[in-house]
Structure formats: C-alpha cells, structure tokens
Design a protein. Structure first.
Length: 506
C-alpha cells in the first residue's frame, strides 16, 4: 500500500493510493458539535500532533433511517466526529492547481452521509482529472430545527466551514482554491442554492451545480412552530438547553415520530405537512437573509456560473416507494392540484393544460413541478434576471429497475453521475435489470459535462437565455439533444409564481 502525507492547517494526514488516485477520508474540518458545542455554529478544529491516518470515513451525523441514511452505511465508525471531509486527488502536488468539485449530499435535510457508497468519487476525480471533496453536515434536528439559543441553519453553516477548509487547505492536495465548484442533489441542491444566497459563503466557490432543487424554504414562524412540535414529542421546550439533555442519537427518533404524523398539522403547516420531512433551510434574515430566487434576482450569483436542472419524472420515485403508483383516484388528484398548484386556480389550470391526463398523471405532475422542476427552472431564470449566466438540463432517460416503472425519477442522476450503479438508490434503479450499455454511455457523458463545467463554466451546450430557453436533454443517443425547454406547459402555468418562504397558516 502506497501512502502519502499532506500537512493541513490543523495537522498532518496520511492518505493512500487507490486506483490511480490518492484518497483521504475522515479529515475533521470542525470540532465535534457535542457537549458545550451542541447546537452551536461549527468551531474550528483544534490542531493535532503527529500524523493522522485518513483511511476511513468519519461517523455519520445522527439521523433517521432511510435509503440514504445510516442503514446504507456499512461498517460506519461510531463517535462524535461528524464534521469531516474526504478528498480524492490524482496527484498530491501543491503546484498542480486542478479544479475542485465539492459534493453536498441530499436526503430531505434529515438523512445523508458522505461515506455512503453511492458517493464514491473515484470516477469523477479520475476521469475528470480534478480534485473531488465530499463533506458531512448536520441534518435533522441537529442541523435545521430552529430552536431558542442556537443559530439557524446549522447544517448550512457546517457546509460553509467545510468550504473554508477547502479554501485554506486544498492547494496542498493538488487543488486550486480559486476554481471551486459546489454540486449537490435534492436537499444538496437546496443547500447549493442556499449557499448562493448566503453572505457567509460569498467568495468560497466560483461555480455551482444544482440537481433537482427543492422549492421548500421555511419562514421563521413556521420553523419555530415545527420546532415546538418536535420538542413536544420529547416532552421538552424548544430550546438548545432542553434538547441538549437528550443524546443526539436518541433525539432522531423524535424527528422520525413527527414525520410520521405531519398530516395532522396540515391546518397549520399547509404544503409542508404532506412532504414527510419537517426540515428545510430557514429564511431567518441573518444566516439566510432571503430565498435563493430573491437573492439571485438581486444579483447575488452574478459572478458565479450556474448549472441547474431536474429529472422529468421526479415524483415517480415517491409513488413507487409508497406503493401508490396506479392507485391514485380523482379525489386524491383534486386534493394534490388544489394543494400544490400555483395560485387559487391551480386545479382548473392544470386540468386545462393537460386535458388528456388521468388522475395519477395529474397527481404526479403537479408534485413534480411544485417540489423540484419549477424551483430548478426558476433558479436559472432568477440567475439570468440578476445579470448572471446559467445552463439548464433535463434528464429524460428512464431507469430500468423495478420493472421499468420508475421513469426518469428523482435521484436517478446520482448513480449516473458517480457511476455507482450497485450502491444506495442504484440498487433500486438498476440492480434487477443490470446496467445497460446506454446507461454507461450516459454516465460518461454526465461526468464529461459536469467536469467540463467545473473547468470552464461551459458544460458543452448553449446557455439558457432569451426566448429560446435552450436546454440539454440527457437521454440515450440519439434522443439527447439541445431543445427549447421541454416542459413548456408547466413553465407557463408557473410563470410569475414566487417560491416564497412557506408560511405558518395559524
């Protein structure tokens, strides 16, 4: 085994050579957020003596179980050192100055771990000849509950601290701190969008890739009410002092219990109640002053290149996992259209725009649009309105797993991008059918476009601008092509709609 030592600001770390790359795992970028540091902003990691072996991923942050949760992390270490980074580099050379890509995982803001096998970055770093960093951040109650005596959006503050670590240390690993691209999917894309709007993140990255941006951002009033319900589950007050009396690994069960009965709060929480996740970034006025759409329209992303997109059939995954595919009736469709459609005429406008659609298609379409597709599209539009530049894509290639019913569903872009078809969500999307040659080809094109964007700001297709609204369709050849935005009917329905912070209804 060939090992390499790199000296970071806090101390020396030893990585090892794996498949043409040198890999470092589990490097702390902040102190463990426990004890007196519980529910606080991340604190700089203390220096250590000697050389620290960086062979294993750090412990996952406390979280609920799920597809991307702790059940998917094999042999994960125990401990409180949740705030760690991992680095894949072709060459440890401070003169190399390769572009750097920093991955932020998704998981409904309550799940996720950078050590999940689906986020193995060897293919991106190796084929792209660049440095890839993945990071852990606090999720769930630890990271996002708005509680008295604690800063808001602690999970986002963790991400900023990790980016500061990249700025201060990545040169020694062969990376260029002036050529950093943040990229993430789902809640990771919502995090990327948040970073674009956060004053504390300004200057820490040059480019951003947001894959399936969720439109859910909480008002402070809503977030406080949700935190009160969480604390009530535990028989506590919604304060840092009270919640800190419960072990962080036990506190996750409180969030899980609330998630299971959120519909009982529909009269207060509105559109949040059916989502089954009580966590999202909070527009608190300080850490996150406004929504990403507002920030980009005001020019916050003018100096950042943006690549953003979505999958055609995002919500299909949740229908399949919930056993609801093919079982949606008119009553459920009407409820979804009234709940998630844009404006008071949402049901009528959707039925008029999609006259041939049955109840199942309408139920899926409006939730795909509300939760992911329109927030992603409007992020690009806001970037352009603020004087910035954006490229847009839509993934339309259908996953072959689960008998072919999944379509181009939520999360399909992860195994395609990382080439990890037999890990995490890839087990559902590919395992039964195997990996067809066209998936391997599409996977290679994903990586080529993403790494080209990290190098130059150009993924290989025209920018999204003007009346043309050109979009790269990602599919098997020869379907892949650059066309005007394919979901034009939905775009027109949501034109002028504002994804504002979700309110507390009463």
């Amino acid at each position: 085994m060939t090992t390499t030592v790199v000296r970071t600001v806090a101390g020396a770390v030893r990585g090892r050579r794996e498949g043409g790359l040198t890999v470092f795992r589990g490097i702390p970028f902040a102190e463990p957020p426990v004890g007196e540091a519980r529910f606080g902003a991340p604190r700089p990691v203390r220096a250590w003596e000697g050389t620290r072996d960086a062979y294993d991923f750090g412990p996952p942050p406390p979280q609920e179980s799920g597809i991307q949760g702790r059940k998917g992390v094999l042999n994960a270490p125990e401990g409180d050192d949740w705030l760690t980074v991992n680095v894949w580099t072709p060459e440890v050379d401070s003169a190399a100055r390769r572009p750097v890509m920093v991955w932020i995982y998704g998981g409904a803001y309550k799940l996720g771990h950078s050590g999940s096998p689906g986020y193995d970055a060897q293919h991106i770093a190796g084929k792209g000849d660049l440095v890839v960093v993945t990071l852990n951040y606090r999720v769930g109650i630890e990271g996002f509950a708005l509680i008295e005596g604690a800063p808001a959006n602690r999970g986002l503050l963790d991400q900023v601290a990790a980016l500061e670590w990249v700025r201060d240390n990545i040169t020694e690993f062969g990376g260029d701190p002036g050529q950093v691209t943040v990229f993430g999917e789902s809640a990771g894309a919502g995090s990327v969008a948040s970073l674009l709007a956060m004053p504390g993140a300004r200057g820490l990255f040059r480019r951003a890739i947001a894959q399936s941006v969720p439109g859910t951002y909480f008002s402070a009033e809503l977030a406080r009410d949700i935190a009160s319900a969480i604390a009530e589950e535990a028989g506590l007050r919604p304060t840092a002092a009270d919640l800190a009396t419960v072990d962080p690994r036990q506190l996750t069960s409180v969030g899980e219990a609330l998630s299971a009965k959120m519909m009982s709060y529909a009269d207060r929480w509105g559109q949040v109640a059916p989502t089954a996740t009580p966590f999202s970034p909070v527009v608190d006025g300080e850490v996150l002053p406004c929504t990403p759409w507002q920030a980009l329209k005001a020019g916050a992303g003018r100096d950042v290149d943006l690549l953003v997109g979505h999958n055609r059939d995002e919500f299909r995954l949740f229908l399949v996992l919930g056993g609801m595919l093919g079982k949606i009736g008119e009553e459920q469709a009407g409820w979804a259209l009234r709940t998630f459609g844009p404006g008071p005429d949402g049901e009528r406008s959707y039925r008029a725009a999609f006259p041939e659609a049955g109840p199942g298609e309408l139920f899926e379409r409006v939730q795909t649009d509300w939760l992911f597709n329109m927030p992603s599209l409007q992020l690009a539009e806001a970037q352009i309105a603020g004087g910035g530049r954006a490229h847009v894509y839509e993934l339309t290639w259908p996953a072959p797993g689960a008998g072919g019913v999944l379509g181009a569903c939520h999360g399909l872009d992860i195994p395609l991008l990382f080439g990890t078809f037999e890990a995490d969500l890839g087990l559902l999307l590919f395992a039964e059918s195997g990996v067809p040659a066209e998936a391997e080809e599409l996977s290679a094109r994903f990586r080529a476009s993403w790494t080209a964007f990290a190098r130059t700001g150009d993924p290989g297709w025209p920018a999204f601008e003007g009346a043309e609204r050109l979009v790269q369709v990602l599919d098997a050849e020869p379907k892949s092509q650059v066309v005007p935005y394919p979901e034009e009917a939905s775009r027109r329905l949501w034109e002028g709609y504002e994804f504002a912070p979700l309110p507390l209804l009463k």
